[in-house]
Write a protein that binds this ligand. Structure first.
Ligand SMILES: Cc1ncc(COP(=O)(O)O)c(C=O)c1O
Length: 450
């Protein structure tokens, strides 16, 4: 497949007479580095993911938000799914260049930007996307909301494998649809689909939100699993909404299978796929994503509900990531894979009340903390607080607060992730390894006497 990757920002800057402004304002100097992110000496650039960057005071949800939520000092924020790494220097350079041309009028999106998305997916996964079918939006969640508004009328049911990403529940609330949780089975540290339950529930659902790879369990679904879910959905006229935002995070020896690459045209044509670079390059605050379908009918129906008010800087950052950021991303991925291995072995050796088996993908760890929950009587405290107050308190909310107060670590509470999450908490491993060790040491000390 022929691919074009244009560097429109440079063309633009040449036209604007600003090409001499490279490396200006606010760019961290990277010695002996050329514009493309390589070393002028020819050696590949090595990026430092061990650097701890203080994000407190930057209004970061993961850090300042954790303190605000808990009302107590937090040493390690490990909640919302973003990375604590400086992004790829090619992105910061591209943004700085664009900022030098300080006119912020309405912005066109060159065709090369869609080509760059298609290139990335073809290069890395062999997935062929027709660039003309890509619909750009401000985020995967807004795009999923557009899809739900298209295929799932208010009051209809939306199927999900649970535990699953908590944001889906807010999309369901917004679209006034009802969750149809199909709880997965936890066996030998792995979460597996209960296909009988899945099919029973599919019969009364209008759409299915697939999370591939799965947040929070990290499962990278096999072709066989995807085909089986896809076939059930096709048979029961359930549209598949494949959220593949985490697809770039696949650990060594594992495989991401794009739903749109399945070897059954009818199954693929019953789906839409939602993606972005916002997890891969930590660009969530810059609000750009895209979706597509191989089915022109589904595509045009959903397009009417999908609105994109994209930001110039978001477009510039994403284009730089897609065209120049791969060396940075590959190193980030290797680092995160090691973070997962580190967390698994460190927990096994040092944190006896927590259990974790390395995830197949994502930079998230779905921790089994049922022993701690029981030891602190989180269910009993939650029941009492619910009876005394005006809101429902879940045992995992109690556990979250206990960990914040006793270990100074902020984790995502399991109950936010749907049915079957009792006693589980989500830890974000997208951070320098020293932060992970600090958090686990704190948890080990806090729980030593339980
Ligand atoms: C599975 C999944 N989908 C969607 C999102 C949110 O995506 P966006 O910020 O593009 O709306 C997240 C963020 O954590 C996620 O984990």
């Amino acid at each position: 497949m022929a691919r074009i990757s244009g560097l429109d920002r440079r063309t633009f800057l040449r036209g604007a007479g600003a090409s001499a402004l490279l490396g200006a304002v606010g760019v961290k100097p990277v010695s002996a580095t050329n514009l493309a992110g390589g070393s002028l000496t020819g050696a590949p650039e090595v990026f430092d993911f061990d650097e701890v960057v203080d994000r407190f005071g930057t209004m970061a949800t993961k850090w300042d938000g954790a303190v605000a939520d808990m009302g107590t000092e937090i040493e390690v924020g490990m909640g919302i799914a973003d990375l604590d790494f400086r992004t790829a220097p090619c992105i910061t350079r591209a943004l700085a260049e664009r900022c030098e041309h300080d006119i912020w009028g309405y912005q066109r999106r060159p065709a090369a930007y869609s080509e760059a998305v298609a290139d990335w997916n073809y290069r890395r996964y062999g997935l062929e996307i027709d660039p003309s079918t890509l619909v750009w939006t401000t985020g995967v969640l807004p795009a999923l909301i557009a899809a739900l508004q298209t295929f799932s009328p208010p009051g209809s049911r939306v199927l999900m494998n649970t535990p699953t990403y908590n944001g889906f529940y807010s999309a369901l609330r917004f679209t006034r649809t009802i969750t149809e949780d199909s709880p997965m089975v936890f066996s030998d540290g792995r979460w597996e689909i209960d296909f009988d339950d899945f099919e029973r529930r599919a019969q009364r659902a209008s759409s299915f939100i697939l999370c591939n790879p799965q947040n929070p369990t990290g499962n990278c679904w096999s072709e066989e699993d995807l085909l089986r879910m896809g076939e059930i959905c096709l048979r029961h006229k359930v549209v598949v909404l494949a959220d593949e935002i985490h697809c770039d995070f696949v650990n060594a020896g594992q495989k991401y299978t794009p739903f749109a690459s399945l070897p059954d045209r009818e199954i693929v044509d019953n789906s839409l796929t939602f993606k972005s670079m916002s997890k891969s390059f930590n660009l969530a605050g810059l609000k750009v994503s895209w979706w597509f379908s191989t089915n022109p009918s589904l595509q045009s129906r959903c397009r009417t509900n999908s609105r994109a008010d994209l930001h110039t800087l978001g477009l510039v950052a994403n284009h730089a990531a897609l065209t120049e950021g791969e060396p940075w991303f590959d190193q980030a991925l290797a680092y995160l894979d090691e973070n997962q291995s580190f967390a698994e072995s460190y927990i096994r050796d040092n944190v006896p009340h927590v259990h974790y088996r390395k995830a197949q993908g994502t930079f998230l760890a779905w921790l089994d903390m049922r022993e701690i929950s029981e030891a602190i009587d989180a269910p009993g405290i939650a029941a009492r607080q619910t009876a005394e107050g005006s809101t429902v308190v879940a045992p995992e909310d109690v556990l979250q607060r206990w960990l914040a107060e006793n270990a100074k670590v902020f984790l995502g509470p399991g109950d936010n992730f749907g049915t079957g999450s009792d006693g589980f908490m989500r830890m974000n491993l997208g951070t320098p390894r020293s932060n992970i060790q600090r958090a686990l040491d704190n948890i080990a000390s806090a729980t030593a006497t339980l």
